[in-house]
Ligand binder design. Structure first.
Ligand SMILES: *Cc1c(COP(=O)(O)O)cnc(C)c1O
Length: 368
């Protein structure tokens, strides 16, 4: 599914030197590399402020904490996502309210958003799933009309860009009031362990986020907020400083692989290749097809026998998970998410895929 070692080998000298430098200086916590990385990522994304933290889940949690919501306030998100998105809402005593995704894009259906908004709604949490952005222009305009915050889950979409109808271009994570990303090793920009970051253009929110990520501290040993210990390790920042200049090349490599998949699978009527929306670029964090006419799980087994790994992101939508039964949703409430969980199949997608590998993978798929 991934080839992290192959990617590392190409930048080994630089990465090893950067990590060794942190060790030699024993600069482990809040070290130099962390600040350098935050500035570089702010330049890359055009975000006013970038606050690194321990992981993408914490980024989402800190973002919501910074909005000073009250228990019972409602946050609207989707059931077809990684669990973190819902988990952080629940952990803070907020009420997750779900809206379905669209079948072709896998992201929040803006047509269903308005009807999920109640007087208790305080925020919308769209997910830029598989590397392509949700319809942020429409989501932002609905949020403005109802005076709601927007928190972007850009954990899978760092580097994706959205063009608004006025022609302005915005990076994933920088369009809402707050944006969140993850540097988990397999993400678009991955470190060698856990890492994350929060984006915001508001100076006030940035100060709150920075404080919450550091125990809610204002000045040393004085606390204005109930906070967390959520830092990006200096060693991880050192790795990220080497990798960030390669991010555009990494995205191009994923896009090239996606194009080769698209071409090879164009004549295969049993599967639907990923849709590309007009307003957002696609960074192909995953290349996820829908298997509509044959048994997906048999196809998966056949590919596995042929040495082709695949994954199902995600096999069970979150409203049907045991932990979230208390939300009182039931089977049938989000038919698109439920259908997708039966149809989706993610093929190997990473920066090191060769044409020959893609040819082999698609050939095996077509034999079935
Ligand atoms: C990876 C991911 C997260 C969480 O990031 P971690 O760094 O693993 O905590 C949150 N949301 C989505 C959509 C993700 O893919």
């Amino acid at each position: 599914m991934t080839d992290l070692y192959g990617q590392y080998c190409k930048i080994k000298t630089e990465v090893d030197a950067a990590m060794q430098c942190v060790v030699d200086q024993a600069d482990f916590v809040n070290g130099n590399a962390v600040g350098t990385f935050a500035e570089a990522l702010a330049r890359y994304t055009g975000s006013g402020h970038v606050i690194p933290c321990a992981n993408g889940t914490d980024a989402l949690r800190i973002a919501l904490m910074a909005l000073d919501l009250q228990p019972g306030d409602e946050v609207v998100t989707v059931p077809f996502t990684f669990v973190s998105t819902l988990e952080v809402i629940a952990l803070l005593g907020l009420k997750p309210v779900l809206v379905d995704v669209t079948a072709d894009t896998f992201v929040m259906d803006p047509d269903q958003l308005e009807s999920a908004i109640t007087p208790k709604t305080k925020a919308i949490l769209p997910v830029h799933l598989f590397g392509q952005c949700a319809d942020m222009e429409r989501i932002m305009s609905i949020a403005r009309a109802h005076n709601l915050y927007v928190v972007e889950d850009a954990c899978q979409a760092l580097g994706a860009a959205v063009t608004f109808s006025d022609g302005t271009v915005h990076q994933a994570g920088t369009m809402g009031h707050v944006g969140c990303t993850s540097f988990f090793p397999t993400k678009n920009l991955g470190c060698f362990g856990d890492g994350g970051a929060v984006f915001t253009n508001s100076e006030e929110l940035a100060a709150t986020v920075r404080s919450i990520a550091n125990h809610g501290m204002s000045r040393k040993y004085y606390y204005d907020h109930i906070g967390l210990n959520s830092r990006l390790d200096t060693l991880q920042a050192a790795v990220l400083n080497v990798k960030l200049p390669h991010l555009n090349d990494y995205i191009r490599a994923r896009q090239r692989a996606a194009r080769l998949y698209d071409e090879a699978l164009a004549d295969c009527s049993d599967i639907i290749t990923p849709a590309k929306v007009s307003y957002s670029t696609h960074t192909y964090h995953q290349y996820t097809v829908r298997v509509t006419k044959v048994q997906r799980d048999s196809l998966r087994a056949r590919l596995s026998d042929a040495g082709v790994p695949t994954m199902i992101y995600y096999p069970c939508p979150l409203h049907l998970q045991k932990a979230y039964q208390y939300l009182d949703y039931k089977q049938g409430d989000f038919p698109v998410s439920e259908m997708l969980s039966q149809q989706v199949l993610s093929l190997p997608m990473h920066t090191e895929l060769t044409s020959a590998q893609i040819q082999y993978i698609t050939k095996q798929l077509k034999i079935f």
